[in-house]
Design a protein around this ligand. Structure first.
Ligand code: FAD
Ligand code: NAI
Length: 476
C-alpha cells in the first residue's frame, strides 16, 4: 500500500468536490481528489450525481424530448410539415450518454490542467494524527493519503419509499428514470417536486400516460403561489396528471409492472396500475463508507454532516460542502461552497449568499426564482410592492410561439430594494441570472426598469415586470 501526503484531500468528485479541488489547486495547495463513481466499463466518471445521473443527463433528455414534442405539435403552426415523425429511444439515450461522457472527460482535463491528483476509489477516514487525517482509498489498488485539510463532498442518494426499494427495473430512482429503454405506456411518479416534474415531462412528451402522486395538498409549496398556480395550469393542459394530497399505501412490483394503492385527497381508496414507477420524494445525504466514526466526525439527526455557516465541521481542518450538508441540494450551491472553503483555507474570505441562490425547474414552461416569495414576505410582515408582466404581451415570446407565464418582481415598499423575482415561462432559466445579479448588487426594481434591454427579447418581460412594481408598464 503506497502512502502519499497532500495539503488538501477532497472526498467526492461531484460539482462541489471537483470545483473545490480546482480552486484549492489554483490557490497553490497540493491537492488530491478521491471519487468512486464508475462508468459502464468500470472506469472513473468524475462529476458525481450531477454529471452522471442528475443535472446533465436530465437536461439532455429534456432537450431531446422537447424537440420531439415541437416536431409533433408545434412545427405545424410555423408552417413546417413533418411527415413520418418517429422516435428512436436508444439513440436519444446514447446521445445523452455522450453528453455525460463529454462532461466526465472535461473534468479529467481540468484536473490535469490544474495539477489535481485524482484517485479512483472509495475514500474513508482511518485516523487523525499530528501528520493530519489518514484516508484510505479502496480502488483497483489500496492507497493511503494524509492531509491536514479535508473537504468532504460525498453528495446524496435518492430516498426510497418505505416498503418499495428501488429495483431500477420497475421501481426507479432518478438513475433508472434516465435510462428507460422504451417509452412506458403508463408511468407513475411519486413526489411532484423537481425530479417528478422534470422526469414526468420527459416521458410524457415521449408518449407515456403520466400520473404524479403528491403527498402535500399544495403544488410546489416552496414556489411563489402565483407562479406555482400558473405552472400547474400549464402542466394540466399538457395532460400531466398531478394528484395532490394523496397518501401512498402498498406498492407492489411484479412481472406486469407496478400497482400502487393510495388514498386520494377526499379520503377515497384508489389504485393505479403502471408499467414503471419513478420515486422522487427527495434525497438523503450520503456518508456511506466514509467511516466518519473513526475520527469522530459529527452528523446531524438527518444524517447530514454538521457544519457551521462556513462549512466547518466539528473537526479542525475538516470541511463539508454540497448535498451532504444543510441547505438546498443544488449543483451551483455545492460549487459555491467548494470555492468558498478553498478560499477560507487560503486565509481569504470566501462567501456564499444563500439569499441569492437561484432555483430552476427545467420543465416547459420553465420555472425560476431567487429570493423571497410573496407568501414568505407576508408571513414575515415585511411591507412590499409586487409587479408582474405576462409573456403574452412580449413580442419575442409571440415570435417564439410560447407566451405562457409571467415575470414577477417583489420589492420593499419603502426602499424599492428587490426582495424576490419569480418567473414561469420560456427560457426563464437564463432570464433569472439578471435578477440574481441585481439582488447581489442590492438593486432596486427601478434600477432594472431604467436599464435598456434588447428588443425583441424575453428579457424585456423582466424590465416590464420591474416597471410594473411602480405601476407603469409600457406594453401591458
Ligand atoms: P454529488 O454530485 O452527489 O457527488 C458526490 C460524489 O462523491 C459522487 O461522485 C460519489 O460517487 C462520490 N463519493 C461519495 N462517497 C464517496 C467516498 N466515500 N469516496 C469516494 N467518493 C465518494 N442541481 C442543479 O443545480 N440543477 C439541476 O438541473 C439539477 N438536476 C438534477 C437532476 C436530478 C435527476 C438529480 C438527482 C439531481 C439534480 N440536481 C440538480 C442536484 C445536483 O445533482 C446535486 O445538488 C449535486 O450533484 C450535489 O453535488 P455534490 O458535489 O454535493 O454531490
Ligand atoms: P423534492 O424535494 O424536490 O420533491 C419531493 C416531493 O415529494 C415533495 O413535493 C414532497 O412533498 C413529496 N413527497 C415526499 N414524500 C412523499 C410520499 N411518501 N408520497 C408522495 N409524495 C411525497 O425532491 P426530488 O424531486 O426527489 O429532488 C431531489 C432534489 O434534487 C431537489 O430537491 C433538488 O434539490 C435536486 N434537483 C434539482 C433540480 C434542478 O435544480 N432543476 C432537478 C432535479 C433535482
Amino acid at each position: 500500500m503506497s502512502e502519499k501526503q497532500f495539503d488538501v484531500v477532497v472526498i467526492g468528485g461531484g460539482p462541489g468536490g471537483y470545483v473545490a479541488a480546482i480552486r484549492a489547486a489554483q490557490l497553490g495547495f497540493n491537492v488530491a481528489c478521491i471519487d468512486e463513481w464508475k462508468n459502464a466499463k468500470g472506469g472513473p466518471a468524475l462529476g458525481g450525481t450531477c454529471t452522471n445521473i442528475g443535472c446533465i443527463p436530465s437536461k439532455a433528455l429534456l432537450q431531446s424530448s422537447e424537440h420531439y414534442e415541437h416536431a409533433g405539435h408545434s412545427f405545424a403552426d410555423h408552417g413546417i410539415k413533418v411527415e413520418g415523425l418517429g422516435l428512436d429511444v436508444a439513440k436519444m439515450l446514447s446521445r445523452k450518454d455522450t453528453v455525460v461522457k463529454q462532461n466526465n472527460d472535461g473534468i479529467v482535463y481540468l484536473f490535469k490542467k490544474n495539477k489535481v491528483a485524482f484517485f479512483h476509489g472509495r475514500g474513508s477516514f482511518v485516523k487523525a494524527s499530528d501528520a493530519g487525517y489518514e484516508i484510505k482509498v479502496e480502488g483497483a489498488a489500496e492507497e493511503s493519503i494524509t492531509a491536514k485539510q479535508v473537504i468532504v463532498a460525498t453528495g446524496s442518494n435518492a430516498r426510497p419509499l418505505p416498503g418499495a426499494p428501488f429495483d431500477e427495473e420497475n421501481i426507479l430512482s432518478n438513475d433508472g428514470a434516465l435510462r428507460i429503454g422504451a417509452v412506458p405506456k403508463k408511468l407513475a411518479l411519486i413526489g411532484s417536486g423537481v425530479i417528478g416534474l422534470e422526469m414526468g415531462s420527459v416521458w410524457r412528451r415521449l408518449g407515456a400516460e403520466v400520473t404524479v402522486l403528491e403527498a402535500l395538498p399544495t403544488f410546489l409549496g416552496a414556489v411563489d403561489e402565483q407562479i406555482a398556480k400558473e405552472a400547474l395550469k400549464a402542466f394540466t393542459k399538457q395532460n400531466l396528471k398531478i394528484e395532490l394530497g394523496v397518501k401512498v399505501g402498498e406498492v407492489k412490483s411484479g412481472k406486469k409492472g407496478v400497482s400502487i394503492a393510495y388514498t386520494d385527497a377526499k379520503g377515497g381508496a384508489q389504485s393505479l396500475e403502471v408499467d414503471k414507477l419513478i420515486v422522487s420524494i427527495g434525497r438523503v445525504p450520503n456518508t456511506i463508507g466514509l467511516n466518519a466514526e473513526a475520527v469522530g466526525l459529527k452528523l446531524d439527526d438527518r444524517g447530514a454532516i454538521e457544519v457551521d455557516e462556513e462549512c466547518r465541521t466539528n473537526l479542525p481542518g475538516v470541511w463539508a460542502i454540497g448535498d451532504v450538508v444543510r441547505g438546498p441540494m443544488l449543483a451551483h450551491k455545492a460549487e459555491e461552497e467548494g470555492v468558498a472553503v478553498a478560499e477560507r483555507m487560503a486565509g481569504q474570505h470566501g462567501h456564499v449568499n444563500f439569499n441569492t441562490i437561484p432555483w430552476v425547474i427545467y420543465t416547459s414552461p420553465e420555472i425560476a426564482w431567487v429570493g423571497q416569495t410573496e407568501q414568505q414576505l407576508k408571513a414575515s410582515g415585511r411591507a412590499y410592492k409586487a409587479g408582474t408582466f405576462p409573456f403574452l404581451a412580449n413580442g419575442r415570446a409571440r415570435a417564439l410561439g410560447d407566451t405562457t407565464g409571467m415575470v414577477k418582481f417583489l420589492a420593499d415598499a419603502a426602499t424599492d430594494e428587490i426582495l424576490g423575482v419569480h418567473m414561469v415561462g420560456p427560457m426563464v432559466s437564463e432570464l433569472i441570472s439578471e435578477a440574481v445579479v441585481a439582488m447581489e448588487f442590492k438593486a432596486s426594481a427601478e434600477d432594472i426598469a431604467r436599464i435598456c434591454h434588447a428588443h425583441p427579447s424575453l428579457s424585456e418581460a423582466t424590465k416590464e415586470a420591474a416597471l410594473a412594481v411602480d405601476k407603469r408598464t409600457l406594453n401591458f
